[in-house]
Design a protein around this ligand. Structure first.
Ligand code: HEC
Ligand code: HEC
Ligand code: HEC
Length: 141
């Protein structure tokens, strides 16, 4: 039947085009793929500690300004020997430490920090000196 053959030809053309353009949209997909830092176990940790989902500052601020915040924390500890940080937004107090605060909640550098940094091709040198948390292989966090 004519219709049947027409369908086959169209299917053939579709398959051909799909294969021919595969490398093209495969790469587009890669470029557009958003990094997905894992927010667990940080959410659970903060709920345990504060009774709600809570980073040091609001999420949008953290996304944009965490490098600046970390810089200020280091200066405060090293220059002023001050380790207490009070967040005005949340009214909560934090210990100004990369290892003993940030990484207590964001306990996988690989599944959190590195997800964005690798994507953005930034490579903070902090881990030359600061000890990164041990990755728990096989854990779902
Ligand atoms: C008490 C636990 C806790 C601590 C300590 C903590 N975070 Fe967070 N962080 C979270 C939670 C929970 C979220 C998600 C917040 C939300 O969804 O509103 C988050 C979000 C973020 C984000 C945004 C991620 C995204 O995909 O939007 C960044 C960046 C971040 N944290 C970095 C840090 C850094 C750097 C430190 C130390 C200066 C730190 N966090 C300390 C719990 C914590
Ligand atoms: C939501 C994505 C995201 C997450 C999660 C994230 N970062 Fe970043 N980070 C960035 C981006 C983007 C930059 C580069 C910003 C720029 O160049 O302006 C950056 C830069 C930095 C810098 C400055 C490095 C440099 O060379 O300028 C430090 C330090 C840093 N991040 C620490 C951390 C730590 C520690 C964590 C995990 C607790 C973390 N970040 C998690 C996105 C992220
Ligand atoms: C050359 C080694 C070295 C490098 C590289 C380094 N630090 Fe530090 N950092 C130190 C030392 C030493 C202290 C002081 C430790 C103390 O007094 O508890 C410190 C303290 C800090 C503190 C406050 C105390 C604490 O426990 O975390 C923060 C926050 C910090 N650094 C963040 C960073 C970040 C973010 C980077 C990467 C952009 C970085 N450091 C790179 C050596 C280094």
């Amino acid at each position: 039947m004519k219709l049947y053959n027409g369908g086959l030809i169209i299917t053939g053309i579709v398959v051909f085009l799909a294969l021919a353009f595969f490398p093209f949209y495969y790469n587009i997909g890669k470029v557009n793929a958003k990094p997905e830092p894992k927010l667990e176990p940080a959410i659970k940790m903060s709920e345990k500690r504060f009774g709600k989902k809570q980073c040091v500052e609001p999420r949008e601020f953290m996304r944009r300004e965490h490098m600046v915040l970390l810089n200020n924390w280091r200066d405060s500890v090293v220059r002023d020997k001050n380790r207490r940080y009070s967040s005005e937004a949340s009214g909560k107090t934090f210990n100004m430490s990369l290892q003993n605060e940030c990484m207590q909640c964001h306990s996988s550098k690989k599944n959190f920090c590195d997800k964005c940094h690798t994507y953005m091709a930034v490579k903070p040198f902090c881990w030359d000196c600061h000890i990164e948390p041990k990755e728990k292989e096989g854990s779902k966090s």
